[in-house]
Write a protein that binds this ligand. Sequence first.
Ligand SMILES: Nc1nc2c(ncn2[C@@H]2O[C@H](COP(=O)(O)OP(=O)(O)O)[C@@H](O)[C@H]2O)c(=O)[nH]1
Ligand SMILES: [Mg+2]
Length: 411
Amino acid sequence: MNDYGQYDVYDNLDREATNDGPLFLDDDVDHAEEKVDFDDPAIASLPRVMLMGPRRAGKTSIQRVVFQKMSPHETLFRLEATQGLERALVDHTPLCRFVVHDFPGDYYEPSDFEGGRTSLIFVVDAQDEPYDHVLQSLTSTVTAALQVNPNTAIEVFINKVDGELFLSDESKYDCRRDVMTQVTDELAEAGVSPDSISIRYHLTSIYDHSIYEALSRVVQRLIPQLPTLENLLNVMVSTCSMEKAYLFDVVSKLYISTDTGPADMQSVELCSDMIDVVLDVSGIYGLGPSHEAIRAAANAAKGKDKSESSAVAADTLTSEVPAGDLEEEIVDQDSAYDNESASVIRLSNGMVLYLKEVDTMLALVCITRSENFRRKGLINYNIGCLKRALQALVQPEMDLSSGGLVRRVAE
Ligand SMILES: Nc1nc2c(ncn2[C@@H]2O[C@H](COP(=O)(O)OP(=O)(O)O)[C@@H](O)[C@H]2O)c(=O)[nH]1
Ligand SMILES: [Mg+2]
């Protein structure tokens, strides 16, 4: 766990940061409910992610592991049954803000579905066969939700696809196929045509990266500016001859957008691991008043040792990029992530991972071939433009024509 995770969680809940004691006790959650005013119109109008499904399917575990950085093993003994609806605000970066509703079980009121942009995640325990009863409940929940709010995005998480029962990929795919067939049949029986609704199926486990991948896709659907973000990243990737570019919320480690080229889970996982490395290293070496001195030392060491590691190793960390005219003041001196955060990791297969801060708690992580990474000025200039375009997206009054800015370098 990185230091930043602690800061942000407490900030969000309007609590004082403390360094001792476990991060989340059960009463922390009650406390969170007390402190955040969910009836405040600004918060009530945010998109919602509703975690529903049978008891012990893993709803609370998913929420704690991804948004509150509880370790997956801790969910085994730290979690008690959820007694009532628990809500948590996820507000790390301006482009991606939403409220998570964690339901206690198969219980809901039709009025729970009222509201604006909503993703309903129905969590199914893949290790608890047969699924008949659960999938009937899924169908009735989905129908009720769609009656109240026809635009609800339905996401089925087939959770706990880990352990002895799911050693091979085939067993996971078989499980997903069974669930899909049964749900489609049940929905057709209930008079809902599967083509008329948006329903997606995800194989997940809190013990690996699959839960981050699935939630990233869920969250992306909630962002109204997603097409613009994808467009910006497409231009970025083609202008700078990159292989792939992701925008990551560095706290939750969900990627909120990527270019439209094919994405593979391994590269996403690699980029996500890079965020951990950067936050951990800057948490140790990049903080406080000695920040500058340590950075100078790191730069000196970097100059001395130019030999490249053949392993997948972080050979150059933190503040690789000179603060150009696009950089602003450091926002928070004590944060492990600020507007100077940047990192380069060279992989043994000739690829380079480049991470750069682009907005509050938002990082651009790109994968590029090392020969294309030589044009770093171009890359940095374009990232600067992207950064301004993102600011304009959040504050439209800035009136910056982003696409034009990015392309200007290409021409
Ligand atoms: N093996 C495995 N166990 C999980 C997973 N997700 C949750 N669990 C376990 O399932 C149990 C119930 O989880 P909980 O989050 O309380 O379920 P909820 O009632 O749906 O909120 C806990 O012991 C978790 O450790 C998973 O992906 N894999
Ligand atoms: Mg629960």
